[in-house]
Design a protein around this ligand. Structure first.
Ligand code: FFO
Ligand code: GTP
Ligand code: MG
Length: 444
């Protein structure tokens, strides 16, 4: 059974490394420590020990060990840790020795976190935040993920549930009164006022959801334009490496090519695409189809207009489009960067001279800050937003039927409470658990 027994894994990165941390969680953690180190130190205190293979007594490493008695541990169970020298064979031989101990088995991805969730150490939103914290590639992502891993959404949901229970109690009381043929209208009125306030708070949290999801996945900036406009050259300039092939031949790029940038802590994915034109060969046609598909999902499109060609208009789409004049070094006495805004061109750049590139990057960073910056939002995933949507709809049903019987209102409130419970994994989440824990690496 997956959930039982004592698990162990390498929790630090791939060896060789300076130090490697092997964690053991479960009832057998103390036994594992005794078997390899001979002694168990004082709880939560590091202890230097020679680790030996229990079968042969051969020394495996001289290492630091620590014991965290449950339930005050990261998983809620007893935990033993071995802080080893991070050599390939040291790690392999310690893991092998642990695997030969009775009742111990290698952890599967996410097993430690699954136990933390099962033991109530973390709610489901915090687990999702922890996955994001491990995946965070920029400071902005880290800030948002840390807030969620620390239980920010869980705490908000707990507060909302408490208020909901208070409102439900008022409604139940009014039902009891009505049995006696004496319904105090102000009970229901008080409930409705509290309901409206709760509605506002849940709606406000949902307002940040789009921003939270964008911070998680990164903003998508698509470079598009006619063939030979300098799209791949711009991608390479932004990435500061030769990611895409550049050539004087129109129709060079066919596949969409992505690079991930960190702009002042905000994650931005820049995508180079095939130049748009009619009458291309079948492979290029597919590239153009992909270019349109990427533009349709973009948060921002940079539409490139080379200085040595007549401008072509960008295709209409949902995302904002910035017109960017390229090959500015070829423009001769043409418009400079300063008067470029007059004809709708937002930037003029040259990847040859480097002119205008810093201003373009600063502008993209400012747009990114506009879209995902500010205080970390509470809601960062579609799963959370969907459950809150259901909760909000139920709250609105409860508050929006002035003539409905209090019994119906109470039923709506129960639905809202249930949906709030889903956000933190209290109810009805069996089907999503595997998907969530699978995102983790072994050892987490
Ligand atoms: N070596 C090591 N470093 C690590 C971890 C770990 O498991 N091992 N962590 C793994 O993710 C993170 C730290 N997370 C932890 C979370 C809770 C507790 C813990 O013992 N909590 C108890 C007691 C708290 C206290 O006394 O301050 C509790 O919350 O009840 C320990 C580590 C990051 N660094
Ligand atoms: N003078 C000048 N030439 C440039 C500049 N940027 C790109 N070029 C040249 O323009 C040609 C096309 O550049 P690419 O970056 O491959 O253009 P592209 O838009 O990716 O072209 P496709 O992938 O074919 O659609 C190459 O010969 C580049 O060297 C620039 O700033 N100044
Ligand atoms: Mg190209």
């Amino acid at each position: 059974m997956r959930g039982a027994g004592t698990i162990f894994a390498l929790s630090s990165g791939r060896p060789p490394a300076g130090v490697a941390v092997v964690r053991v969680s479960g009832a057998g953690a103390r036994f594992a420590l005794e078997a390899l180190a001979g002694v168990v130190g004082a709880p939560r205190r590091m202890r230097l020990a020679t680790l030996r293979d229990p079968a042969t007594f051969e020394p495996l490493d001289r290492a630091l060990t620590v014991f965290f008695p449950g339930p005050a541990s990261a998983t809620g169970e007893d935990i033993a840790e071995f802080h080893l020298h991070g050599g390939l064979a040291v790690v392999a031989d310690v893991l092998a020795a642990l695997g030969r101990l009775q009742g111990l088995r290698l952890a599967e991805p996410g097993d430690f976190t699954r136990r933390a969730f099962a033991n109530g150490v973390m709610d489901l939103a915090a687990v999702e935040g922890l996955a994001d914290l491990i995946g965070a590639a920029t400071s902005g992502q880290r800030r948002q993920a840390l807030a969620q891993a620390s239980g920010a959404l869980g705490a908000a949901v707990a507060g909302w549930r408490e208020r909901l229970i208070g409102i439900a109690a008022l409604v139940e009381a009014s039902i009891d009164f009505s049995d006696e043929g004496d319904v105090p209208a102000d009970l229901v009125a008080t409930a409705r006022t509290a309901l409206a306030a709760l509605d506002r708070d849940v709606a406000a949290a949902l307002d940040g959801a789009r921003r939270g999801e964008r911070m998680r996945s990164g903003l998508v900036v698509v470079i598009a334009g006619p063939p030979n406009a300098g799209k791949s050259s711009l991608l390479n300039a932004l990435a500061r490496r030769e990611v895409a092939i550049v050539s004087a031949l129109p129709g060079t790029t066919r596949d969409a090519i992505e690079v991930h940038l960190d702009l002042d802590g905000l994650p931005v994915t820049v995508i180079d695409t095939a130049g748009l034109r009619e009458g291309a060969d079948p492979v290029e046609k597919e590239g153009i189809r992909r270019a349109h598909a990427r533009m349709a999902l973009a948060d921002l499109v940079l539409w490139l207009e080379p200085a040595d060609e007549p401008a072509t208009p960008p295709p209409a789409g949902a995302a904002p489009v910035w017109r960017v004049g390229t090959k500015r070094d070829l423009a001769g006495g043409g418009p400079s960067d300063s008067d470029s805004k007059r004809d709708g061109v937002r930037h003029r750049v040259s990847t040859r001279s480097g002119a205008g590139l810093d201003a373009l990057v600063a502008d993209i960073a400012a747009a990114a800050a506009e879209m995902v910056g500010g205080e970390p939002p509470l809601v960062t995933r579609a799963r959370q937003a969907q459950a809150l949507d259901v909760a909000l709809a139920a709250l609105r049903d409860a508050g929006g039927r002035p003539d409905a019987a209090p019994e119906l209102m109470a039923e709506d409130l129960r639905r809202a409470a249930r949906a709030l419970g889903e956000v933190v994994g209290m109810v009805d989440v069996e089907d999503v658990l595997d998907a969530i824990f699978r995102q983790f690496c072994v050892g987490k």
